[in-house]
Design a protein around this ligand. Structure first.
Ligand SMILES: *[C@@H]1O[C@H](CO)[C@@H](O)[C@H](O)[C@H]1NC(C)=O
Ligand SMILES: *[C@@H]1O[C@H](CO)[C@@H](O)[C@H](O)[C@H]1NC(C)=O
Ligand SMILES: *[C@@H]1O[C@H](CO)[C@@H](O)[C@H](O)[C@H]1NC(C)=O
Ligand SMILES: *[C@@H]1O[C@H](CO)[C@@H](O)[C@H](O)[C@H]1NC(C)=O
Ligand SMILES: *[C@@H]1O[C@H](CO)[C@@H](O)[C@H](O)[C@H]1NC(C)=O
Ligand SMILES: *[C@@H]1O[C@H](CO)[C@@H](O)[C@H](O)[C@H]1NC(C)=O
Ligand SMILES: *[C@@H]1O[C@H](CO)[C@@H](O)[C@H](O)[C@H]1NC(C)=O
Ligand SMILES: *[C@@H]1O[C@H](CO)[C@@H](O)[C@H](O)[C@H]1NC(C)=O
Ligand SMILES: *[C@@H]1O[C@H](CO)[C@@H](O)[C@H](O)[C@H]1NC(C)=O
Ligand SMILES: *[C@@H]1O[C@H](CO)[C@@H](O)[C@H](O)[C@H]1NC(C)=O
Ligand SMILES: *[C@@H]1O[C@H](CO)[C@@H](O)[C@H](O)[C@H]1NC(C)=O
Length: 446
């Protein structure tokens, strides 16, 4: 067995690579990123998912500039990275590929397209898209995370721009070993689950530094959902949630908090579309909420030293995870004290629908369920967010009812991870575990 493995290792094609982030202290950004990849059987390699840049003068929700990273000017920020941006790597010797650009600060995702004639036709299904083997994603099921990630620091000398808060260093690693919480994968029984194995489902959990089951005090608990086409590992792999939490806790902005990141990826078989494990299942939010509350929540409260008090419990989610959050807010209102809507609300209105608004919380819902008005609500969205309208209308519906919330409008924000990292930073600083009900001064000065 041992020699067979050794033989396989020898036969496996050599594939190495790396992301090198260099502080140049030179224009245009002060930092340079080099990505290398080695694979003797690749004839050409394209980097996918890394963005071009845009600026506030040429950007809307549906349109943006596409400046090459070489053209960076202060005030630029990543344009919609899901729009299909590709960079060809240079082949320096057979099988050796490299690519270098100046980069502004922030978190970036990327993948490699191998031997690809037309980038928009190459993907994991065709076997031509891979993550970086030397910078592998954090994931539960191999192949379920489609991108590798890196973060570039902010350089105030070259990137400072008074109109926009573009420093995203809050997602960089924080402190020493003692300041770091742990991130791990947990499993629980959830009937019908098809991933990672029959009737067994997964979550990712962040335990704060010093987590100690003997402590008398139970930790407050945040459930944090991924979005459409997502999975439990997304917040760690693409959003560096453990770095954000370490920093929020280490700087004293947030008390030590346990974060559970559940997933509806593979939580049920898809009878209408048997291929749906690959395409990511899409149970409706009511089904997701019901499965989580029946199987996941009891598992978490019995396996971790977390509070059973609703005032110490929150549910938040991004994009489609925000629709799930809305379901918990309206149908499981009193189980949680706090709700975080990151880029979205119930998503029931199309952009062109004329007032009056329907599909959002209204006076009769509030009369039947007064707790809707007593929760700690946090709403955030980006200026260039595809769910801008939905999030704004949800705010207007709350305004009409006189329900207070803390909001965070992200001025450089697309419907993407930089926006959601910013949202978590503000959720932790301005909303979580703050006295309820929120007052007009909640979050003031942060
Ligand atoms: C090397 O490239 C080939 C395509 O030519 C691909 O099938 C293989 O997965 C790559 N190997 C690694 C380890 O990236
Ligand atoms: C890539 O370059 C390195 C030296 O930088 C060399 O050792 C290696 O053999 C090259 N790989 C291939 C596949 O040519
Ligand atoms: C990359 O490789 C594919 C497959 O060999 C080929 O069809 C395509 O033309 C190549 N593209 C470039 C830019 O060389
Ligand atoms: C690449 O594929 C897309 C989608 O099929 C197509 O629209 C586009 O014309 C193709 N590009 C080239 C250069 O063939
Ligand atoms: C992958 O690309 C092929 C075309 O090359 C397309 O038919 C297929 O739908 C794509 N799959 C996914 C999951 O995007
Ligand atoms: C739990 O105990 C550890 C170690 O004694 C300590 O660092 C941590 O702050 C405590 N946490 C709470 C919530 O009391
Ligand atoms: C956990 O907390 C208890 C009670 O505060 C303390 O006695 C114990 O040393 C702590 N354990 C660790 C590993 O910090
Ligand atoms: C099954 O797949 C279809 C088509 O992809 C999708 O519309 C539906 O929501 C999925 N159902 C479940 C339960 O995931
Ligand atoms: C919360 O409730 C569960 C289930 O009843 C129980 O096992 C756990 O000890 C409780 N946790 C605390 C901190 O009281
Ligand atoms: C609340 O639950 C009811 C039935 O239990 C369902 O009809 C309704 O759609 C749910 N509301 C939301 C916002 O999911
Ligand atoms: C309030 O919302 C509920 C649930 O969506 C809906 O059934 C009801 O018609 C709405 N009431 C008004 C006055 O819009």
């Amino acid at each position: 067995m041992r020699s067979l493995l050794a033989l396989l290792a020898l036969l496996a094609p050599l594939a190495l690579g790396a992301v090198t982030i260099t502080r140049t202290s030179q224009p245009p950004t002060g930092y340079e990123v080099t990505i290398t990849y080695q694979n003797a059987s690749a004839s050409n390699v394209t980097i996918s998912s890394l963005p071009h840049l845009t600026d506030q003068y040429s950007t809307s929700v549906w349109a943006w500039s596409e400046f090459d990273l070489n053209e960076y000017k202060p005030g630029d920020f990543p344009s919609n990275p899901q729009a299909g941006t590709y960079y060809s790597m240079s082949q320096t010797s057979p099988g050796n590929f490299t690519w270098t650009r100046p980069f502004p600060g922030g978190t970036y995702q990327y993948s490699f397209l191998l031997n690809c004639a037309n980038a928009s036709l190459c993907n994991t299904t065709t076997g031509q898209e891979i993550t970086d083997p030397t910078n592998p994603p954090f994931e539960v099921v191999s192949g379920s995370e489609l991108v590798s990630t890196f973060q570039v620091p902010f350089d105030p000398e070259f990137q400072h721009y008074p109109d926009l808060p573009l420093n995203q260093d809050y997602a960089l690693p924080y402190g020493n070993a003692a300041s770091k919480g742990s991130i791990s994968i947990g499993l629980y029984h959830s009937p019908g689950s098809i991933s990672p194995s029959p009737d067994i489902h997964d979550y990712v959990i962040y335990l704060p530094p010093g987590y100690n089951t003997s402590n008398i005090t139970a930790y407050p608990l945040l459930y944090l959902s991924h979005g459409g086409n997502g999975a439990s590992a997304d917040w760690q792999n693409q959003g560096y949630i453990s770095n954000l939490m370490d920093r929020l806790i280490g700087t004293g902005a947030l008390e030590p908090t346990v974060v559970v990141m559940p997933t509806w990826y593979g939580i049920l078989p898809n009878t209408t579309n048997p291929q749906a494990l690959e395409q990511r299942n899409y149970p409706d939010p009511q089904t997701i909420a019901s499965l989580y509350s029946t199987y996941l929540f009891p598992h978490i409260s019995t396996h971790y030293r977390v509070s059973n008090s609703s005032s110490r419990r929150a549910f938040a989610g991004l994009s489609q995870g925000s629709f799930v959050t809305y379901t918990f807010y309206t149908n499981y209102t009193s189980y949680f004290g706090y709700f975080g809507f990151l880029s979205g609300g119930p998503a029931t209105n199309d952009e062109n629908e004329a007032p009056p608004l329907t599909g959002y919380v209204n006076a009769s819902m509030l009369a039947q369920n007064p707790d809707l008005g007593t929760r700690g609500l946090f709403l955030s969205y980006g200026q260039y967010d595809i769910l801008f309208q939905d999030a704004k209308r949800f705010q207007e519906a709350l305004d009409d009812l006189g329900i207070r919330y803390v909001s965070r409008f992200v001025p450089f924000g697309f419907h993407f991870w930089n926006t959601w990292q910013d949202a978590i930073w503000h959720l932790g600083r301005a909303a979580l575990w703050k006295p309820l009900p929120f007052s007009g001064a909640t979050g003031h000065g942060l």
